[in-house]
Design a protein around this ligand. Structure first.
Ligand SMILES: [Zn+2]
Length: 474
């Protein structure tokens, strides 16, 4: 059996972290077994349609490197891969299911809105229309009476199936409602479309949220009525914001796009979300997508919900940033250097920042003092450990200026040697020169890098200008 999985998102306009994790698990199940990974767009809920939303799905998957083998844009042998383009298929199969006794025509005046409400309220609807003889129902349909096609559930006892994560599941048939499969507008509901599509597309493993555990017996009945084999089920617990709340865009929780915009690397996001609900069975935590393809297994998926921990993701992102080549980091940091004053040594800035930031988004706050010297207070010059204060600064600053004005080699080592020599000449500690110099150059208590690193970044002209500002202040 060739493993075939599908990622079947609705085009909602953003990539929810939980959805991306589902896609990742689908992808890994396929790729760990030499199988195919399909992309299917579930756009039959026309009310939720968002312009440009499929592009976001394509871009997200491409950005993280989860390439699909079949999909709307590249085609395949099982298309079309967009549900709205499959509309006639669903009607055909729904009518067939009526003939097979697995569904019936329903003429109840309940609107589709009521249907959704019932689902929310968890009311088990048993439809009286299933008692209408089929021949009579067909006549009413032929006469143009509005109808929907509903599932017929006459079975008694317990429905049983196996889930790869939750084990054997038993649900009483009485607990299942006779939901709509085909709406009055001819569009299928999710409950019907997913079964028809998964079967026709040869899907072998279905990954989805554990909220579908209780609906799965309804899908299995449809498979049975058609005489089809149902896929392996892999239900996964939700990604949580905290112990009580699911992660949700509605609550303002970050989507994949939001995280990337904040300077998280796609590789780090994928690595982190892989571990939300799966563990490798070792202490190892850093996995590229290629690594994951080798080590991922369904057996190690967890039944308990996992909490999305931004601190952990940030730590992991820092690991990925430090592992970048200096050239690659510089290239990624460049967009964050907009509106820098002229003469700033951006390569030196990148070298200083790379070991010190955990997200690219932190670059802005780390470099604010480079854009413009803050209006700092003289109290900043005071530091007990360095045995320095404003009066020490006042004494050393003109000397520092002389040394820096005469400096030929404007690099970190040479500058450090010159300032160290100055401290020796003045008979003070190194820190009594370097600390005031750093404050003068940055106007900040904490900075990425020391005085000489900052001097290299600023360049000689701006460095001397800032020293002059300090002399004037002191
Ligand atoms: Zn009815």
């Amino acid at each position: 059996m060739k493993v075939r999985t599908r990622f079947a998102p609705s085009p909602t306009g953003y990539m929810h972290i939980g959805n991306l994790r589902t896609a990742l698990y689908e992808y890994l199940i396929a790729k760990a077994n030499g199988g195919d990974f399909l992309l299917r767009i579930e756009d039959t809920d026309q009310k939720r349609y968002v312009e440009g939303a499929t592009e976001i799905i394509y871009n997200t998957l491409k950005t993280v490197g989860m390439n699909w083998d079949e999909g709307p844009d590249i085609g395949g042998n099982y298309g079309p891969y967009v549900q709205s383009e499959r509309k006639p298929l669903y009607a055909e199969y729904a009518h067939k299911l009526v003939e097979l006794g697995g569904a019936h025509y329903c003429f109840c005046s309940k609107s589709d809105a009521d249907e959704e409400k019932n689902e929310e309220l968890n009311i088990k609807f048993k439809d009286p229309c299933k008692l209408i003889p089929l021949e009579e129902a067909k006549k009413r349909v032929a006469a143009g009476e509005p109808y929907v096609i509903r599932q017929t559930i006459n079975k008694k006892g317990k429905s049983k199936y196996h889930d790869e994560v939750y084990g054997d599941i038993e649900i009483d048939y009485d607990e299942l409602d006779e939901g709509v499969l085909l709406k009055s507008d001819g569009f299928p509901t999710y409950n019907f479309a997913n079964v028809v599509d998964d079967h026709l597309m040869g899907i072998t493993h279905v990954v989805r949220g554990n909220e579908y555990i209780s609906s799965t017996p309804k899908y299995n009945l449809i498979y049975e009525d058609f005489g089809w084999e149902h896929p392996f089920y892999v239900h996964v617990p939700p990604v949580m914001k905290d112990a009580q709340h699911k992660l949700s865009k509605r609550n303002g929780d970050a989507s994949f796009q939001d995280l990337v915009a904040k300077g998280y690397l796609p590789e780090a996001i994928i690595n982190y979300i892989a571990l939300l609900g799966w563990n490798p069975g070792t202490e190892e935590e850093i996995f590229s997508l290629e690594d994951l393809k080798k080590v991922f297994s369904v057996e190690r998926l967890s039944r308990s919900p996992s909490i999305f921990d931004i601190t952990k993701l940030t730590w992991m992102n820092g690991c990925y940033i430090r592992a970048l080549s200096p050239e690659k980091f510089h290239q990624m940091a460049m967009p964050y250097y907009n509106a820098m004053p002229e003469g700033i040594n951006l390569e030196a800035l990148s070298r200083t920042l790379q070991p010190r930031v955990e997200t690219l988004g932190q670059i802005a706050e780390q470099t604010d003092f480079i854009r413009a010297l803050p209006d700092y207070s003289l109290e900043l010059f005071a530091n007990k450990k360095m045995k320095t204060d404003a009066s020490v600064a006042k004494m050393v600053m003109p000397e520092i200026r002389k040394v820096l004005a005469e400096q030929k080699d404007w690099n970190n080592d040479a500058l450090f040697e010159s300032l160290k020599a100055l401290a020796e000449k003045l008979g003070v500690k190194n820190g009594q020169v370097l600390y005031p110099a750093r404050i003068a150059l940055s106007g900040k208590e904490t900075t990425p890098g020391g005085a000489t690193e900052i001097a290299v970044i600023l360049g000689q002209v701006e460095t001397l200008r800032r020293i002059d500002t300090a002399i004037a202040k002191l």
